[in-house]
Design a protein around this ligand. Structure first.
Ligand SMILES: NC(=O)c1ccc[n+]([C@@H]2O[C@H](COP(=O)([O-])OP(=O)(O)OC[C@H]3O[C@@H](n4cnc5c(N)ncnc54)[C@H](OP(=O)(O)O)[C@@H]3O)[C@@H](O)[C@H]2O)c1
Length: 262
């Protein structure tokens, strides 16, 4: 059925105490989904759950886990999933530290690989059996436009994002026949804590004023503004819905037109 309605569906939304993750949970809840938030800060999770729409009887809750520890993430989620079917998984967490690739330490690649690729993989493989039983699964990975065009000064991130995109495409091919889709959403510069941290980092390393850095960034965006987390979340919510059943294996930039490839 071509509908955006998510009533009766349950979504696990990772990295959801703020930014794109929280905006996604809000959007999914507005469409009727029950949302399970997962991140590290329990107090922030409790506050975030309170902001989700529950007017249609949606049941929201949260799990605490640190994505730098994939085994812990799997344990926490596997225990929850024994009793519940999760239909929608939003793979998302904090981005790797900024910096040129020539300065990157080997450990930083390994940590980012664990936090992004291994955690995504553990979550998918843990939730897959019940998605297959339900005949409905939506796996949406929040990555970055660097999947298409590497971004300056984000060496570790660019490297790991490419691996996540390849993993996702491979997974999409293997699960589609079960009614499960796997898609990537690629945010451009979006007004969140992450963007603020990137701008602050560049300002302190180069001595260039933050306003000047922002101005330079905006010049590269045809829309001439940063995105709002809700604008990324809207695309995520569509991909999570029954209406997007035939969208599979894609990587969609949501970046005001910044990415310079077709
Ligand atoms: N904003 C942008 O301009 C932009 C552009 C391209 C790509 N992205 C990518 O999109 C993703 C989300 O970005 P955002 O801007 O929404 O980031 P954000 O505002 O920094 O939020 C990150 C979220 O992830 C959680 N998190 C961070 N580290 C975690 C960990 N080790 N384990 C579990 N949860 C963790 C945080 O909650 P806790 O602190 O409670 O754990 C928070 O809820 C990131 O991968 C980012 O790099 C963002």
């Amino acid at each position: 059925m071509l509908t955006l309605d998510l009533t009766g569906k349950t979504a696990l939304v990772a990295g959801s105490t703020q930014g794109i993750g929280l905006a996604s949970a809000k959007e999914l809840a507005d469409l009727g989904a029950n949302c399970i938030l997962i991140a590290r800060n329990e107090q922030a999770l409790q506050e975030a759950v309170k902001t989700l729409d529950a007017s249609k009887g949606q049941q929201h809750s949260y799990l605490v886990a640190d994505f730098s520890n994939p085994a812990q993430v799997q344990e926490v989620v596997a225990s929850y999933a024994q009793q519940h079917t999760i239909h929608i998984l939003i793979n998302n967490s904090g981005g790797p530290a900024a910096g040129p690739i020539v300065d990157a330490k080997p450990e930083a690649f390994i940590a980012a690989f664990q936090q992004h690729l291994i955690c995504n993989h553990m979550l998918v493989t843990t939730l897959l059996p019940k998605m297959k039983e339900a005949g409905y699964g939506r796996i949406i990975n929040v990555i970055s436009t660097s999947v298409k065009v590497p971004l300056k000064g984000l060496g570790v991130s660019n490297t790991i994002r490419g691996a996540v995109a390849s993993w996702a495409k491979t997974m999409a091919n293997e699960v589609a026949s079960f009614g499960i889709t796997v898609n990537n959403v690629l945010p451009g510069a979006t007004s969140t804590g992450r963007l603020e941290a990137i701008i602050n980092n560049k300002a302190s390393k180069t001595g260039i004023a933050q306003d000047e850095i922002e101005k330079e960034m905006l010049e590269e965006i045809p829309a001439r503004r940063f995105g709002r987390p809700e604008e990324i979340a809207g695309v995520i919510a569509f991909l999570a819905s029954p209406a997007a059943a035939y969208v599979n294996g894609t990587s969609t930039p949501v970046d005001g037109g910044r990415t310079g490839s077709i």
